[in-house]
Design a binder for this molecule. Sequence first.
Ligand code: RB5
Length: 151
Amino acid sequence: MKIAIGADHGGFLLKDIIGQFLTGKGYEVIDLGAYSAEPSDYPDFARSVAEALLKGKAERGILVCGSGVGASVAANKFPGIRAAVCHDTFSAHQGVEDDDMNILCLGERVIGPELAKEVVGKFLAAEFSSAERHVRRLKKVQSIEKDFMKT
Ligand code: RB5
């Protein structure tokens, strides 16, 4: 599985830890920056990771900023992206199974590296359930995108 990762200065260190963790697990990691801890803007990296998914270059994305919130707000502006901040393992897998979440957002100033690795592992191991009720709800989300977002 190809994983696109990105972070601003607030998530730069955790993004690198996660990248190394995933590479060690055999995932193909596409690191879209930031490549230094110089001040940067989370929407730039949300854009890069979202575009990687939408263009089929990666199947899942991970964004890290200080809280995870800015990254998720920006990433959810892209039709087809379902991003959420998850700092617990339950949300990380249920968000995929029920809601087809495709980008996990983390806050380096909130979560430690060991729990972050466990959260990432649950996110990547999970698959959308395709249960009728979840497909129905996902279609309603897509209908909102269609009605309110320009593509
Ligand atoms: C940057 O200082 C910080 O605002 C950003 O990393 C993120 O936490 C925003 O949600």
